[in-house]
Design a protein around this ligand. Structure first.
Ligand code: G3I
Length: 348
């Protein structure tokens, strides 16, 4: 059956994040939707360092192997996510036996070991890696992560270098959220330009695109697409979803550190998404897909962060137990009404 991936053929790949629950149990519904609509997959969690190397030198590739096998069997372009991230990194990574921070040399060596081991295991099987995730803050400054504090700002250049050594054919990406905020956009640009100027390899900047109904503006997203492309790299939409609940992002009118507001309304639509909100959501999706199509010469992949609303991380962020509706397929894995409009848009 004809799906999103067919509609966008020759324009960009259509991807989704997959979790192990879907792969392990081989649930019929998600797998059927996956095969019809998507031609690229990324592991939602199972390639993060806390799962791959829970203790120093002890790698656990069980789930990651299954994920890659699954992708190969189903002819998907497979994306690796993510090698260097401050979150979901095991605590041992940064400390010695006494719990003190390790030295710069030791942390660089641990980074090298981790990246070399993981990337070389899947050499030739992974199309590209999110090498570095979320190291620039919304104000454009460095996130003061352990990587930054212990190694200094060249940790990012080293990470790209190690990944390239381990699989010279793999594409290498920088991935971040809120990339439409001008200060953050420029902060990312500054860092990536430095790596490129010094002869490092970065193939693309991944714009995660965790949107709300009203934030960010299309205009600022477009500015970022152009700005990143002008650096000489591809642009990818790597984690798209659109929250219909109060949106926990800066400038979105919500204060994320005060979770009581979010807790009050865990499920404002107990009878399902009302028609007017569905229309709003559809319009927002169409607007973004129209924008991505306009820039199809710059954008090589559009990945959704999950298949159905049931699987979305946004049911648990910023507080647990929300009922959100951020994706293209509903909780029964039926396409939302606007999916056919997105398909039609691609044919225009
Ligand atoms: O592994 C434990 C499990 O042992 C435990 O029983 C269970 C109970 O809550 O939790 C499991 O860990 C969860 C993990 O996902 C794996 O399922 C964490 O609680 C949960 O917080 C974690 O959330 C993931 C989140 O990254 C972590 O920051 C989301 O599923 C995942 O969608 C999200 O993805 C990130 C991207 O990697 C980077 N960009 C932002 C995006 C959304 O936050």
């Amino acid at each position: 059956p004809f799906g999103l991936k067919d509609a966008f053929e020759g324009k960009f790949l259509i991807g989704t994040a997959l979790n192990m629950n879907q792969i392990w149990r081989s649930h019929q519904a998600p797998i059927k939707v996956l095969k019809q609509h998507f031609n690229s997959i990324v592991a939602e969690n199972s390639m993060k360092s806390m799962f791959l190397q829970p203790r120093e030198g002890e790698f656990n590739f069980k789930n990651a192997d299954l994920f890659v096998e699954f992708g190969k069997k189903n002819d998907m372009e497979i994306i690796g996510h993510t090698l260097i991230w401050h979150s979901q990194a095991p605590r041992w990574f940064f400390s010695d036996k006494e719990g003190q921070d390790v030295s710069r040399e030791v942390l660089i060596e641990r980074m090298r070991q981790h990246i070399h081991t993981v990337v070389s295991r899947y050499k030739g099987q992974i199309k590209g890696w999110d090498v570095v995730n979320e190291v620039i803050l919304d104000n454009g400054e460095w996130r003061k992560s352990k990587f930054y504090e212990i190694i200094g700002d060249d940790f990012i250049k080293l990470a790209f270098q190690f990944a390239h050594e381990a699989d010279p054919e793999a594409e290498l990406y920088y991935n971040d959220y809120n990339t439409a905020i001008p200060a953050k956009r420029e902060g990312i640009g500054r860092v990536i330009k430095q790596i490129l100027d010094s002869g490092g390899r970065v193939d693309a900047i991944g714009m995660q695109e965790h949107h709300g109904l009203h934030f960010p503006s299309l205009n600022e997203v477009e500015n970022s697409i152009k700005y990143f492309s002008n650096l000489g790299v591809d642009v990818m939409v790597t984690e798209m979803d659109i929250s219909v609940l109060p949106h926990a992002r800066p400038n979105a009118g919500a204060n994320i550190s005060d979770t009581s507001a979010f807790r009050k309304e865990l499920n404002p639509y107990p009878d399902g998404l009302p028609d007017d909100v569905m229309l709003q959501l559809g319009k927002r999706y169409i607007d973004f897909f129209r924008l991505y199509l306009k820039h199809q010469d710059k954008i090589s992949r559009v990945t959704l962060w999950g298949i159905s609303d049931k699987d979305s991380w946004l049911n648990n962020f910023p507080v647990r137990g929300r009922t959100n509706y951020p994706l293209l397929f509903d909780r029964q894995y039926n396409p939302k009404p606007f999916v056919k409009e997105i398909i039609a848009l691609a044919k225009e």
